[in-house]
Ligand binder design. Sequence first.
Ligand SMILES: CC(C)(COP(=O)(O)OP(=O)(O)OC[C@H]1O[C@@H](n2cnc3c(N)ncnc32)[C@H](O)[C@@H]1OP(=O)(O)O)[C@@H](O)C(=O)NCCC(=O)NCCS
Length: 370
Amino acid sequence: MAVHDRYVAVNGDHPMTAEDDAYVREHFVPATPEAMALMLDDLLPLPSYVLHDGTPMVPAAHGRPAEIAGGVDRLHDWFVAFWDDDTATGQREWLHYLSGQHVCLREVSPVRIRQKTERVAEAAAAVDLLRQDPHDPVARGMLGEAVDGVLAVPGLDSLLLPMTAYDRLRFAGPTVRERWVDAPRREFLTPATPTWPLRTERLVLRPFEARDADAFVDAWASEEWTSLLLSRQQNPAEVREMVRRRTEPGDGRFVGMAVEHEGAVIGDSMLHLQGTGLSEGEIGWTILPQHGGRGYATEAAQAVLRLGFDHYGLRRIVANLDARNDRSAALCERLGMRRESHKVGDFWSKGTWTDSYEYALLAEEWRARA
Ligand SMILES: CC(C)(COP(=O)(O)OP(=O)(O)OC[C@H]1O[C@@H](n2cnc3c(N)ncnc32)[C@H](O)[C@@H]1OP(=O)(O)O)[C@@H](O)C(=O)NCCC(=O)NCCS
């Protein structure tokens, strides 16, 4: 009862629905009587939730920090040492930890608490900058790190639990995830649909339609034409399925385009949006054999580079290719892309280890050429 009263004093008295209970049972466990006694002595955090039937619930690893610290009596000193540069903040964080209200975190530990605080501050600063310029490359990097993380830096998407409707009541507003993952992802990390079609002097680039498959059937049947592509030869049914899949609405990160000349499909282009803050694109291309050698691939790729840099605000566009693909490498050079790597024997393709190239172009380099 005493624990329950302390819990209500911290969180207010809000109803837990059946859905809230189900959510809490999925992510938390009942507190033990020993843990409850330690809570009353301010040695362990209060429950994170109290179910509809009165069961106090805590994170599964509720007692783990005390074990790591060497016992509950050492927990405070061990905990605040993570803020040795700022003891006042350390003490404030300790009190907040004892309140049991770190319910947004998958793992309630000082390291995760600091990481969450840092990532939220980074996301807030990035959002301010992106409201002024949605293509700001530094802000895209910051937001990408804050939301999705970078290598050893975990982002909020992996640090945070979803939380539940009860939390919106007790914290009087959206959940941390809604505010710092879902909203910025929707506003700044979701690709906006371009205005189709793209037009160049001789070509039209547009989203795929199912009927486009017919144009690709012969090329994909050719062993020679497919030899330096990742996929093997495809039979007509496979080609139709490949094109049909490209007509499905996805998350907008894979932008596949049919390339038309005088109303006939002569090849395709693609741009795959990726990287921190979705600020890098990988470009790809094919031109049907009977239409090669006339500069169509170059002209289509220039339109895709413009789409990437101007519309999607990319910072960098790369092309990855089998190093034996001389025509593709020549195309990269014509586009002004820089060969940044020649990896030796790194690439497994169609039964053999081969070399690969990565070409790249930065937005400022492209603008300087334009
Ligand atoms: C890679 C691929 C798209 C390159 O096609 P391509 O025909 O060499 O490229 P382009 O359409 O830009 O044509 C360039 C050629 O046209 C010539 N050309 C003529 N008019 C031109 C113009 N207006 N602008 C540029 N080039 C022109 C160029 O001089 C060049 O000639 P060259 O090959 O004798 O040097 C094509 O070979 C292909 O689809 N291959 C199979 C699939 C594949 O490997 N895809 C790439 C996977 S990484």
